[in-house]
Design a protein around this ligand. Structure first.
Ligand code: H91
Length: 466
């Protein structure tokens, strides 16, 4: 009988795959264990045949994530590619989505919202400083780790304008409820300004438990966004109202900038200084303790390990390095599992130690100074160097999620079967689709979320002036 090769064979010896934790669009996300460190990771699995014309967007997403190393941005550890699949090995966030966290609590107290919002502001300021706009900021794209630290995910819609952050973009994307007025109007816009608007919607959702602009009818929703009028529930403090007002400015030129936002009195409250957006990852040089642990484990010299790590190939070695750095940053002891070869094990069998050894033994000297990929300015280009510098924004039109208002023939969102046109109200946890666990190989796609009235047990609210 012909033996069928598993589509996941490439992960063998490196990761142990567990259950599916999410699926939708063209991706499936599974939990896995990085065998050599014993650390949990998330593996985003994409089928290249299903991606079709969207494949360049995935390479762009991968390139973006390789450049980004920040404590509040989900870390990309490794990329594996076969003829049919792309695997992105990512930092695991056991706390799940911020969306569910808010829904479970109805809304957050101002102090807790401030703690989270500082982290969001730090992540957004960092990605902007690296030349990226996220363009899909929402509570579903912020995950919690086990230390209540937020991690920004899903860079599938991010833009890296070739002309820098001052270059205007034309692609309308993101989730309608979080989209800036200039974006839904179909005008050219600055990615950084649009992200600040989404941050305003996000903070409102944290503090209120519902969205400032909400309507089942997309045209009506866009008109509300363009009017910029939203309710101000009585529980919102004067400080929160003022801060929201600076972000939810219809005229992008009147909107607060990210630098002003980091130092705004609301965000600074209780802290001596503004928010620090710098990366806590070492951006210059490598971590010598981690290099030593790998060298000892593999019986190699530190020089050899340092050289191999500094290739930043986003292979098993890169993943092992980052996972050990993370262990150290969390104050845990840095350790690689010493697996005793059981009697009877086939000598040629793929083991994590052998995977690592293969990569350490690769003959390809580096002639660049060693440091984190983004500190070099010549990051490793494992995949498709032709996409360096990003796609022209116009090329991304096919991924448009938001239809500009002038192209819209009043669509009733709740009735559509197109997930692209889905509204994203904060819904009750009971109404959310359960995670598809153990559905292994069949590709499963998410149904659009069921829109519900956003305003649940809301107290008296006062409308805002635009
Ligand atoms: N959404 C776009 O539901 C709808 C646990 C959980 C734990 C994760 C780590 C990384 C990612 C997801 C995790 C996760 C898809 C991750 C990172 C990037 C990315 C994608 C996922 C869902 C898929 C499952 C996710 C949340 C988002 C959980 N998830 N619970 N660790 O692009 Cl960069 Cl798609």
């Amino acid at each position: 009988m012909p033996q069928q090769v598993s589509p996941y064979a490439i992960l063998e010896g490196q990761y142990e795959l567990h259950e599916t934790i999410g699926s939708g669009g063209f991706a499936k996300v599974k939990v896995a264990t990085h065998i050599l460190s014993g650390e949990k990771v998330a593996v985003k699995i994409m089928d290249k045949r299903q991606l079709g014309d969207d494949l360049p967007r995935i390479y762009l997403e991968i390139e973006a994530m390789k450049q980004l190393s920040h404590q509040h941005v989900c870390k990309l550890y490794q990329v594996l590619e076969t003829e049919t699949k792309i695997f992105m090995v990512l930092e695991y966030c056991p706390g799940g989505e911020l969306f569910d966290y808010i829904v479970e609590r109805d809304r957050l107290e101002e102090d807790e919202a401030r703690l989270f919002f500082r982290q969001i502001a730090s992540a957004v300021a960092y990605i902007h400083s690296m030349g990226y706009a996220h363009r899909d900021l929402k509570p579903e794209n912020l995950l919690l780790d086990d230390d209540q630290q937020l991690k920004l995910i899903d860079f599938g819609l991010c833009a890296n304008p070739a002309g820098g952050m001052d270059q205007r973009l034309a692609t309308c994307c993101g989730s309608p409820a979080y989209a800036a007025p200039e974006l839904v109007s179909g005008h050219q816009y600055l990615g950084s300004e649009a992200d600040i608007w989404s941050m305003g919607v996000l903070l409102y959702a944290l503090l209120c438990g519902f969205l400032p602009f909400d309507d089942e009818n997309l045209g009506a929703l866009y008109r509300k966004i363009q009017a910029g009028v939203y309710e101000k529930p009585e529980w919102l403090s004067a400080g929160s109202r003022d801060f929201l007002h600076t972000m939810l400015q219809v005229d992008p030129k009147r909107r607060i900038t990210i630098t002003q936002l980091l130092n705004h009195p609301w965000i600074v409250l209780g802290q001596p200084h503004g928010v620090d957006a710098t990366s806590k990852y070492k951006t210059c040089g490598v971590d010598e303790d981690v290099i030593t642990e790998i060298a000892v484990h593999q019986g190699k010299s530190r020089v050899a390990v340092r050289q191999a790590v500094c290739r930043w190939s986003y292979d098993y070695l890169t993943a092992t390095y980052f996972l050990l750095v993370t262990q150290k940053m969390k104050g845990k002891p840095i350790r690689l599992i010493q697996k005793v070869t059981p009697l009877g094990e086939i000598p040629s069998q793929r083991t994590p130690a052998r995977c690592l050894m293969e990569q350490l033994n690769k003959e390809k000297p580096v002639d660049v100074p060693c440091g984190m990929p983004n500190s070099l300015g010549n990051s490793p280009r494992g995949l498709h160097t032709s996409l360096e510098g990003g796609l022209d924004d116009i090329d991304l039109l096919s991924i448009c999620k938001v239809t500009p208002i002038d192209q819209l023939v009043d669509k009733v969102v709740g009735k559509t079967t197109n997930p692209e046109l889905e509204l994203t109200p904060l819904v009750s946890p009971k109404k959310r689709r359960p995670p598809s666990v153990g559905d292994d190989d069949k590709e499963n796609f998410a149904q659009p979320r069921v829109p519900t009235p956003g305003h649940k047990s809301r107290k008296k609210a006062t409308p805002s002036t635009p």
